[in-house]
Design a protein around this ligand. Structure first.
Ligand code: SAM
Length: 229
């Protein structure tokens, strides 16, 4: 059984592709996609021994050793250009960690530029979108799903010829999510707005010099109000 979150990510994986799933934990996503014949083969990367063993065990139990290679290593270090992966998924981590993994991979020439990136940050979406923009990746699709009282954003990106500049608003809310705001999106930002308004009230009460923080928070509040109306 695959979580709703990973199931949704799987729907963005191009058919018949070779997938690298980084930070794969139990290798649930590649196992599911191979079993459903959605992908040709996969590489599951894990840096921590426990999850690495879990991935190896699951792949062995399901008799998938011929189509899923489990590799131990940090981020994209487990990949070589000769692997010719079509898609890389990095899910269930903070946006900053995903960004760091991509950045190291970029610098170490682990990215061919032909692969589609399937990213699912738990937090720090803006940091991740900013990295993508700065490295001339364009966001081709986005989604937002809710599971176990949590909201997860999914960002699909592809390398482009040129940098496509995103506005502050697009970086914060997501260019695609912004275009078609659904209820999950609205609820997420409604909740965020309430929290920021509380912080803002607290700051007003305190006597310390917090003007800079306050300005930042008020700017964010104004943006959210503009977006969710
Ligand atoms: N991707 C799965 C998912 O979305 O359900 C598992 C998410 S789990 C919370 C994060 C996994 O990423 C952990 O198993 C952790 O060991 C692994 N991880 C963290 N940093 C990593 C890195 N630099 N390289 C490879 N794996 C990493």
């Amino acid at each position: 059984h695959l979580s709703k979150r990973l199931h949704r990510v799987g729907e963005f994986v191009p058919e018949g592709s070779i997938l690298a799933d980084i930070g794969s934990d139990h290798a649930y996503l590649p196992a599911y996609l191979v079993l459903n014949k959605r992908i040709k083969s996969a590489i599951a990367g894990e840096v921590v021994e426990g999850p690495f063993q879990s991935a190896k065990n699951l792949v062995a139990e399901l008799n998938l050793t011929s189509s899923i290679q489990v590799r131990k290593g940090d981020g994209l270090d487990v990949l070589n250009l000769a692997d010719e992966v079509d898609a890389i998924s990095i899910c269930g981590m903070g946006g900053t960690l995903i960004k760091d993994i991509l950045d190291r991979g970029y610098k170490n020439n682990r990215l061919s530029g032909n692969e589609v990136l399937l990213l699912q940050p738990n937090v720090g979406e803006k940091t991740l979108r900013t990295w993508l923009m700065d490295h001339s990746y364009i966001i081709i699709e986005e989604d937002i799903v809710r599971e176990n009282e949590k909201t997860y954003e999914i960002i699909i990106a592809k390398k482009a010829e040129e940098i496509e500049i995103l506005s502050e608003k697009e970086l914060m809310f997501g260019p695609k999510l912004l275009n078609e705001p659904n209820d999950i999106f609205k609820n997420k930002w409604c909740h965020e707005l309430k929290q920021l308004e509380n912080i803002s009230k607290q700051l007003e009460k305190s006597s310390q010099d917090v003007s800079k923080n306050q300005t930042e928070i008020n700017k964010k509040i104004a943006l959210i109000k503009e977006v969710i109306g």
